[in-house]
Design a protein around this ligand. Sequence first.
Ligand code: SF4
Ligand code: SF4
Length: 341
Amino acid sequence: MEVVRLGKTNIFVKKLGWGGIPIQRATEEEAIKVIKEVVDMGVDLIDTARAYTNSEERIGRALQEVKKTVVLSSKSHVRSEKIYDDVLLSLKNLQVKKINIYHLHNVSSFNDYEKVMGPGGAYQGLKRAQEEGLIDHIGITSHNLSILERAIKEEKFAVIMVCYSFLEPAAAEKIFPLAKEKNLGILAMKPFSGGVIENAGAALRYVLATPDIVAIPGSETLAKARENWEIFRSKAPLNDEDRAYIDKLRKEFDRQFCRRCDYCQPCTQQINIQLMLGIKSVVKRFGSPEEVKWIKDVVEKARNCTECGECLPRCPYQLPIPELIKKNLAWLDSLKPKGIF
Ligand code: SF4
Ligand code: SF4
């Protein structure tokens, strides 16, 4: 099975890793079963985060019951050196003495980047954790390719994590060659574009065909975990059916699909545009706005869109943002009579 070297970390792992977002939705018992099975199948890199509620704890519990060791990657949104305390929490949750890769999670603007890299910023907290042997390598994750580009050029990180799928292929040109030149490990997140791509075969065959990256799709059921593994194990290349599906979806989502880069911000009404544009998959993943308060807050705020259009020229993908917000609000409202929302 294809193995990838994660740049200067000198960590060698299979090209298919596993991401710990979806198991938050599973029951405790099902989650533990999935994680154990994933490791038994041969996955040797697991990614999680402090932000994924019970994910770290579930992974920690499951790993106690399997004999194999895996490369662990986690992350935190804390922007000050207090991130060190989050590393301690991650170690406790994962029940390990050391985490192989620890990332600054979703650095979303240059202000944010300067904060984490500046005096008293999170990077210093991770350096301390590294010096004390609590983590091996420092990574950074972002949906914004320009931030990742800068981070790679500044050579402070060993690993980057970037969105990559056939709906979001830009990293292949803008990020991968640069990261390889600087000898960084590349973790490719969101191969299904946050649940938008439903054909796992086409999605994974596309990502797995790209050299030197490790894909980290998550799965909350055994069936999905096995399906993903089988796609990887079979080594089948993209076929004509996949290509037709990719073309169809690209056309369908042309000027509809939000890449979550936040270039459109700031919104004059403080609307979380990217969340509102991706609200269908968010509701599918986390439950209805009625059940999850932060989703409800995002939706209510989106109702204040004045259609001022200030965000429009800032979106490099020319998405008709106010129109899409309206469309998604109408979709949410249409759920109401069915008792879903
Ligand atoms: S058009 Fe709507 S989303 Fe865009 S900046 Fe104005 S209020 Fe915000
Ligand atoms: S609307 Fe455009 S600029 Fe804003 S997050 Fe989505 S893709 Fe990026």
